[in-house]
Design a binder for this molecule. Sequence first.
Ligand code: HEM
Length: 179
Amino acid sequence: MKGIVFTEFLDLVEDKFGIEMVDRIIEQSELQSGGAYTSVGTYDFSEMLKLLKNLSSNTGIAIDDLLLVYAEHFFSVLEKSYPLFFEMYSDPIEMLASIENHIHVEVIKIYPDAELPTFELVEKTDDSLIMIYKSSRAMHHFGLGLMNKTFQHFNTTASIVLEKIKNDGTEVKFIINKN
Ligand code: HEM
């Protein structure tokens, strides 16, 4: 997993819960990297999982809810870092339908070691989309947060329903309807 995912995560934890919480979860997680992340580095996903689990047990907030809030923060990082991707689209459904065949394809060119999910397109209309998320990282709520923000970016909203195809969250159907 790219270092920027770790550095932005710890920045947000510091913002919301204070630097003591950052130090505490790093200590509790017994990380191989020691928790000294750089945005350009690449680190094991298991470290993110440990940080999330410890933040969840210290705050009583479920991991999926932490991922949802984190994705909303990460979206603004994407907006600032990759404005071209946003300028190329004028519609949220078009943008979301293009993650698999365009956006993440470009991401893997920039970061060949990025670990990205796949989104299989099942059905698409002008104002609805059904996609199947697949990833060993089970970060579907990170996807949900990014999707919510994508609609907000285009000054609209959507109702998004998640149906787990696999219980461990590695395969999830997203049913998206623009409001
Ligand atoms: C992960 C880039 C838009 C879904 C990532 C990662 C990057 C990235 C760099 C981390 C990969 C790693 O750590 O190895 C981008 C860029 C985008 C974009 C540049 C647009 C400008 C989206 C959108 C979605 C999405 C709109 C909405 C569904 C995900 C998910 C992950 C991810 C769910 C977590 C990894 C996983 O589940 O396996 N993306 N992304 N991305 N992205 Fe995107």
